[in-house]
Write a protein that binds this ligand. Structure first.
Ligand SMILES: Nc1ncnc2c1ncn2[C@@H]1O[C@H](COP(=O)(O)OP(=O)(O)OP(=O)(O)O)[C@@H](O)[C@H]1O
Ligand SMILES: O=P(O)(O)OC[C@H]1O[C@H](OP(=O)(O)OP(=O)(O)O)[C@H](O)[C@@H]1O
Ligand SMILES: O=C(O)c1cccnc1
Ligand SMILES: [Mg+2]
Length: 556
């Protein structure tokens, strides 16, 4: 993909991954408002907006923030082309003055400041993930694309993290969703963000190239069913792994192993004739990839055909010094079939004296999701790797995260948005946000304060108040204080810009964050809500402003 590049502090920053992310990837009303701001002479008023969500997704009590790097790349490259300006001209009502077009030609984000929580951090409702400050018209143009870049990214990262938590750390998780994702951008985004959320690899080759995500894959049913019989295999020789000898007829060697295992007493005659077209497919695959032999064993019958055929080919490979990788199960009861397959592998290891045969990797796929992973774990299973597609990448369990972008200050005047629904009342002011940690090392509470309030200090008691509920408050003596919002785009302010970390570092950060969460916040069933609070001063100010802005009703 062609990426636009911008110059900042002597460094070139690539444009967003998707070249469709341009200043036009916004709602029309952002341009109409920009015009009205301009016409009113307000366009350069300095505004502060917070981007946050109100409710954690998937019935959980945590979210993982992602999408920041793409936002910064958009902001770094934010410049309308002449062609884009003339399109806006055509799209706005005819009364739009020429001077506005000149204004549009000039704008960029050199006067915008972006503070953000680092990508891959576990985050909670109401706390700003991003704070954008700058000329009101410009920041409004950014509202829609920035929301677009954060909403799905954070949702799918959270989904991946939830799959990771339920699968357990030692399991390998592969993202197999490309064919089912919401178009190309949904797919590329899902591959990137599932990796951040703790997946180990993707099947998506383009994502592998773009982001360096490890690529993994097995083979398909079509490959297995495309073979009719072992007679189709013309080139039957296979050189041993050390090159010292060549087996001239690998097919016959496989057959001899198949007869041996067929009569193994300890397998109790669990299979008779296996499917020979399936065997032909496995042999061909082994001849193509003797070092990476992995077989999809459920095309005909897992226990009566697929697994024995796999074992025969794996044993023949072992004769020649190769070690087979394992099997993939793509249907049926994955707990039962994986356990049965494991028993067969152990039996072969023991009876035929093939070291390591019992440890063949069992991969499972087929409409997996959090629930099925949870059910499998409770039942007990022998799966080592899960390949997950549709439910993961489409975020089947929840369609959107619902991040919003709200004005909190203009020209140094705090602003509030009221609502009948208290959870929708915005928290005014340009704020600082901290995470306070307790003596056990877990984070206890997030607290928002006004910009100029003193920062909470280790060992000093601070009152943390629920932003809207008067009775909910707690004193906290933090053992550690972490400031959450850091400067990722300093504009003209001259502040130091946080570097954008490498994808791998974002992923490591995310995994570490989840490991450090108190278990009751991240459990699947009835998780405990994490506390998000404001300082006493901010609490008083919110309620002062609230009373100030809310008209007093009159009862007739
Ligand atoms: N032990 C298990 N416990 C709970 N759910 C399971 C278990 N094993 C498999 N599943 C899930 O049950 C569902 C099985 O789906 P379905 O019955 O449509 O497929 P199948 O008949 O196994 O395979 P296919 O139709 O693809 O040949 C899948 O979502 C799968 O992930
Ligand atoms: O099941 P998902 O989580 O979406 O994961 C990926 C699936 O995609 C492939 O088959 P596909 O679904 O194309 O065909 P099939 O299931 O009908 O065999 C693969 O065999 C998996 O089953
Ligand atoms: O490699 C696989 O096994 C795979 C890849 C994508 C979708 N289903 C399976
Ligand atoms: Mg399927």
């Amino acid at each position: 993909m062609e990426a636009k590049a911008s110059q900042n502090a002597g460094r070139v920053m690539d444009g967003p991954t998707n070249p469709m992310v341009t200043p036009l990837l916004t709602d029309l009303y952002q341009f109409t408002m920009a015009y009205a701001y301009w016409k009113a002479g307000k366009h350069n008023e300095r505004a502060v907006f917070d981007l946050y969500f109100r409710k954690n997704p998937f019935g959980g009590e945590f979210t993982v923030f992602a999408g920041l790097e793409e936002c910064i790349k958009l902001i770094a490259n934010f410049k309308l082309t002449e062609e884009e300006v003339s399109f806006i001209h055509k799209s706005l009502p005819g009364s739009c003055e020429e001077g506005f077009l000149n204004y549009l030609r000039e704008i960029d984000c050199s006067d915008v400041e972006v503070y953000a929580i680092s990508e891959g951090t576990v985050v909670f409702p109401k706390v700003p993930l991003l704070r954008l400050e700058g000329p009101v018209a410009v920041v409004q143009l950014l509202e829609t694309p920035v929301l677009n870049l954060v909403n799905f990214a954070s949702l799918v990262t959270t989904n991946a993290a939830r799959h990771r938590l339920v699968a357990g750390r030692p399991k390998m998780l592969f993202e197999f969703g490309l064919r089912r994702a919401q178009g190309p951008d949904g797919a590329i985004g899902a591959s990137k963000y599932c990796y951040i959320g703790g997946f180990d690899a993707t099947s998506n080759v383009a994502a592998g190239r773009l982001f360096g995500i490890p690529l993994r894959g097995t083979h398909s049913h079509a490959f297995v069913s495309s073979f009719m019989s072992p007679d189709e295999i013309l080139e039957r020789s296979l050189c041993s792994s050390d090159g010292s000898n060549t087996c001239e007829d690998f097919v016959t060697l496989v057959h001899s192993w198949l007869s041996k295992i067929q009569w193994l007493k300890s397998l109790g005659g669990i299979f008779g004739e296996t499917n020979q077209s399936e065997l032909a497919a496995f042999i061909s695959y082994a001849l193509a990839f003797p070092n990476n032999f992995l077989a999809l064993v459920d095309t005909y019958d897992v226990i009566r055909s697929g697994v024995p055929n796999f074992c025969a080919v794996a044993l023949a490979l072992s004769d020649l010094g190769y070690r087979a990788v394992g099997i993939r199960l793509d249907s049926g009861d994955l707990a039962y079939l994986s356990s049965e397959a494991r028993k067969i592998f152990h039996t072969i290891e023991k009876e035929l004296g093939v070291p390591g045969f019992g440890k063949m990797i069992i991969t499972a796929s087929n409409d997996l999701n959090e629930e099925t992973l949870d059910a499998l774990r409770k039942q007990g299973h022998e799966v080592d790797c899960f390949g997950i597609g549709t439910y993961l990448v489409t975020c089947y369990a929840q369609a959107a995260l619902g991040c919003v972008f709200k004005l909190v200050e203009i020209n140094n005047q705090p602003r509030i948005k009221l609502s009948e629904d208290v959870s929708k009342v915005s928290i005014p002011c340009k704020k600082r946000c901290y995470r306070l940690y307790g003596k056990e090392g877990y984070s206890l509470v997030d607290i928002m304060t006004g910009e100029n309030e003193p920062c909470p200090k280790v060992g000093e008691r601070i009152l943390c108040r629920h932003p809207f509920s008067e009775s909910k408050r707690a004193y906290v003596v933090p053992k550690r204080v972490e400031e959450l919002l850091k400067c990722y785009w300093p504009g003209k302010s001259g502040k130091v810009r946080e570097e954008l970390p490498a994808l791998q570092d974002i992923r490591d950060h995310c995994i570490k964050q989840l490991e450090q969460m108190r278990p009751d916040h991240i459990r699947r069933l009835n998780p405990t809500p994490y506390k998000v609070s404001v300082s006493a001063k901010l609490y008083d100010f919110i309620h002062f402003l609230w009373l100030n802005e809310a008209p007093v009703g009159e009862l007739q």
